[in-house]
Every structure is written in C-alpha cells, then in structure tokens.
Design a protein around this ligand. Structure first.
Ligand SMILES: [Zn+2]
Ligand SMILES: [Zn+2]
Length: 270
C-alpha cells in the first residue's frame, strides 16, 4: 500500500487540519443547525404514506413502523444483525468483523425497504432526508466520545452502479448525517480499487463468496494515523462490504472504524 505521507507528519497535518477548520467549521455548524431547525418545522408529506409530516421526514406512525422490528428483538451489538445476541451472532462467529460496531437505523424489511428502493432505484433523492434522520436518531443514543473528530466515509459506489443510478446513495446519506450530527464527510479516503464485475452478481452470492469478492474492492492511499472513521452505507446484508472497507482503513492506520447504515437485512430473510 502506498502512503502519501509518513505517519507522524500526516498525523500532525491531520491535527492542523482540524485546528484550522475550527473557526469556520464551528460557524458553519451553527448555520447548519439554524437551517436545520427551520427546515425541520416546514410542513411536508410523509414519503411512505403521504400523510402530513415535517422536514421531509417520516410521519410519527411510519417512523414507529420502521423502527419496530429492531426494538422487538435483540440485535448483535457488533454487526447489528437482528435477531441475534452479541454472544452467538452467526455472522460474527463466522468472521470477526474488522469494524468495531455497526449501527443500523432499521431492518431492511417492509415498510423501510420501500423507502430505500424508491431512494435508490427511482431517484427519489429527497428520501435521503428521512433516512439520514433515522440514522441520526439511532446514533444519538450511542454517540462515542470521539465523534467530534470522526470522519464520515461513504462506501464508494461501483462504476456500474454510478452509471445506473447517477448518484451514490451512501454519499447522500453521509451528507444528511453530517447535517444532523456534524461530523465531516470525506469522500477522498476510501476508493474503489478496480471493477471486478463482482458487484453485478453480488446479490446472488453466499456470504463466503461475498467476502471473497469484496476483499479486493477498496483501496486507501492515505495514512489515517489514529483517525476515527465512521463508514456510511445504505443497506448492510452480510457485512462483507463494510468488513472489506474497514480492513483497508485499519491497514491505513485508522484507530477506530464504525459503520452506520440505513438498514440491515434481517437474518431470517437472507
Ligand atoms: Zn407516514
Ligand atoms: Zn454480529
């Protein structure tokens, strides 16, 4: 792996970057918070049921529906698989993830799957507001102490997916989470290494095959030197993609790698 800078220098550069952006960053955060307050009060319609809602988010009843399944069953504290206990999660037993924790806003099941399909496949970009709000709500109960220094790193889309959709859903979600919770989005840290063609058939692969296909998918050409990274993705199925990305970031020096996703595929529907 080629690094752009030696570790200590880059660590100091990263520290300078944080210090230098302090003033304008705080000012921008205040502006964003003000705009968010205003926008959150604007009447809109619920993306799922079209009932009155606010700020482009789900109405109260739809939000309860979307969140219900993850509240009803125990979920793995590490990979977010539901239902699964932390001590006997089949995914974490099969392979210890390179990430420390994944927070999923909801299960990839009705009615959340409708929202995500419309967002990804029907170019309903505005749904990113509702999904990012759900992610932010899930994160607020589990905010780590290092959140102020965290970088939000969206999983880069494959070339085929970008051509098909015209946008990367993970980037839109990361920007939405940034608006709510303030961490900085970095799209320059994690890159696709090459197009293997595996993405086109990944939905039909078993977990072991997905892990193998995802293993070479990403590259990081920076020394992350003790950085705290939060990977962002729309849907997590087996965790192969997040594991592969987290492995690359770990090799680049990241101290902490978490993941946040809009939805996690439940164990019984895989
Ligand atoms: Zn609704
Ligand atoms: Zn697990």
């Amino acid at each position: 792996m080629a690094y752009l800078k030696p570790g200590r220098e880059h660590c100091l550069a990263a520290r300078r970057d944080i210090d230098q952006r302090g003033a304008w960053w705080l000012a921008w955060q205040r502006v964003q918070a003000g705009l968010r307050e205003v926008f959150a009060r604007l009447p809109s319609t619920c993306p799922l049921c079209q009932d009155p809602a606010y700020g482009g988010c789900l109405c109260v009843l739809c939000r309860q529906d979307v969140l219900a399944s993850r509240l009803a069953f125990p979920c793995c504290e590490r990979c977010g698989l539901c239902p699964a206990q932390a001590s006997d999660c089949p995914d974490c037993i099969a392979l210890v993830p390179a990430f420390e924790k994944v927070i999923a806003a909801c299960d990839y099941a009705f009615p959340a799957d409708q929202l995500i399909r419309q967002f990804k496949q029907q170019h309903r970009f505005q749904h990113s507001r509702a999904l990012a709000a759900l992610i932010a709500q899930s994160l607020q109960g589990a905010m780590p102490e290092w959140w102020g220094q965290a970088w939000l790193v969206p999983i880069p889309a494959s070339r085929q997916a970008l051509l098909r959709r015209g946008f990367n859903p993970a980037v839109e979600l990361a920007r939405g989470v940034q608006v709510h919770l303030g961490a900085r989005v970095r799209t320059d840290i994690l890159l696709r290494s090459r197009e293997t063609g595996a993405e086109r058939v990944q939905k039909r692969l078993q977990r072991s095959q997905r892990l193998q296909a995802a293993g070479q998918a990403f590259v990081c050409r920076q020394n992350l030197a003790q950085a705290h990274i939060v990977l962002v993705d729309d849907v997590m199925t087996t965790g192969a993609t997040l594991h592969a990305a987290a492995s690359v970031l770990r090799q680049a020096g990241a101290k902490t790698v978490w993941g946040v996703v809009a939805a996690r595929t439940p164990y019984h529907v895989r």
